[in-house]
Write a protein that binds this ligand. Structure first.
Ligand code: AMP
Length: 299
C-alpha cells in the first residue's frame, strides 16, 4: 500500500506554562509523516523556505519517508506560534505566517497520484482540493484542519469534506465547524456531509471514532506531565493512517487498532518539545505502550 501526506512544514514558537521555545521544527506534515513512518514509508508533499534546516530532510529519509514531493522555495518557512494554558488541551494561536505557503501549488508526481491513502493534513483547504483533483486512484482520503482555516475558509472545508472518507478534528474544531455544542451532533453533521468516519481527538484524554452506526472510544496515555502538546493531533492521524496503510484493509477491527496506535503515537509526541521524541523512539516502545493501552481498557 502507499500513503501520501500533504501538509505543513513549519517553524513553531511554543509557549507552555513552564517554558518557551523559539522557532523549533514543526508542521502538520512533519509530525504526521514521522508518526506514520513507524508503520510504513509515507510520501510527504509540502514546501519549505530556504531557512529550513536540511538535516530535517535527512532525518525524514533516515526514517524511510519519501521526500521527493518536498519543494524548497525562496522565502521563509511557514511560521506558527502557539500558547498553552495549564490545561494542555487549551491552546491559543498567537501568530500564523503563511510565508512560502502563500503561493504554493502542490504538484503530485505520477507515483503519488496512485496512492492508496491520501492524508490532507492541516493546510489551506483550497490546496486540499487541488491535491484531490490530481489523485487518479480510488484512494482512501483523510483530512484534518485547524481553527485558523475554520474561521477563514469554512465553505472550502465543507466542500472538500464531500470528497473525504475520514475527518480528523479536535473537539473544539469540530464544534466550531459544525456550530454545534454537543459532540455527537457535531459528528453527525460532519458525517452527513460525506465522511464515513469522524475521529474526534480529545487531547490528552484520547479520541472518539464516530461512524454512522459505529462508535469507538480510545483513551489517552495517563500522563502527569505533558511537555509540549504540539503535534499530538497530527501524530495521532499519522499513526492511525500509517497503521491502516500497513494493515492493508479498512475493516472495523483494523480501524479500532489504528485508533489505539494513533493515540500511542500522540502520547509519545508530547513527551518532548518539537519532533525530538521521534528521534529516539523505537518500535518496541510503541508495541509496549500499545499493550499498556489494551490493559487500560480491559476489565
Ligand atoms: P496539532 O498540535 O497536531 O494540532 O498541530 C500543530 C502543528 O500544526 C504545528 O506544528 C503547526 O506548525 C501546524 N499549524 C498550525 N497552524 C497551521 C495552519 N493554519 N496551517 C497549517 N499548519 C498549521
Amino acid at each position: 500500500m502507499s500513503l501520501v501526506i500533504v501538509g505543513s512544514l513549519a517553524f513553531d514558537t511554543i509557549q507552555t506554562p513552564r517554558e518557551r521555545r523559539e522557532k523549533v521544527v514543526g508542521g502538520s506534515g512533519t509530525y504526521s509523516a514521522l508518526a506514520a513512518s513507524f508503520f510504513t514509508a509515507p510520501k510527504i508533499v509540502g514546501v519549505v523556505g530556504e531557512d529550513f534546516p536540511p538535516e530535517i530532510f535527512e532525518f525524514f529519509r533516515s526514517r524511510k519517508i519519501d521526500t521527493r514531493g518536498l519543494e524548497t522555495r525562496p522565502g521563509k518557512t511557514f511560521f506558527w506560534e502557539g500558547r498553552y494554558g495549564c490545561d494542555p488541551n487549551q491552546r491559543e494561536t498567537v501568530k500564523t505566517e503563511l510565508n512560502v505557503f502563500q503561493d504554493f501549488r502542490p504538484k503530485l508526481a505520477p507515483s503519488h497520484r496512485r496512492a492508496d491513502i491520501v492524508f490532507l493534513a492541516n493546510i489551506d483547504p483550497d490546496l486540499h482540493d487541488e491535491v484531490l483533483a490530481q489523485v487518479e486512484s480510488q484512494a482512501l482520503v483523510a483530512m484534518d484542519t485547524i481553527n485558523f482555516w475554520i474561521a477563514n475558509k469554512p465553505e472550502a472545508i465543507w466542500s472538500v469534506l464531500k470528497k473525504v472518507n475520514i475527518f480528523f478534528a479536535n473537539e473544539e474544531e469540530i464544534k466550531m465547524l459544525s456550530q454545534e455544542t454537543n459532540l455527537i451532533k457535531a459528528g453527525r453533521k460532519v458525517l452527513a456531509a460525506g465522511p464515513r468516519l469522524a475521529v474526534v481527538k480529545k487531547g490528552e484524554h484520547g479520541a472518539l471514532v464516530l461512524g454512522r452506526d459505529f462508535v469507538f472510544g480510545v483513551l489517552g496515555h495517563p500522563f502527569e506531565d505533558v511537555v509540549d502538546p504540539t503535534g499530538a493531533g497530527d501524530s495521532f492521524a499519522g499513526g492511525f493512517l500509517g497503521y491502516l496503510d500497513k494493515a492493508g484493509k479498512f475493516s472495523r477491527p483494523e480501524v479500532r487498532r489504528a485508533a489505539v496506535y494513533g493515540s500511542v503515537l500522540a502520547s509519545f509526541a508530547i513527551e518532548e518539545f518539537s519532533i525530538d521524541r521521534f528521534k529516539t523512539l523505537r518500535p518496541e516502545e510503541i508495541e509496549k505502550r500499545f499493550r499498556e493501552f489494551r490493559r487500560l481498557v480491559t476489565f
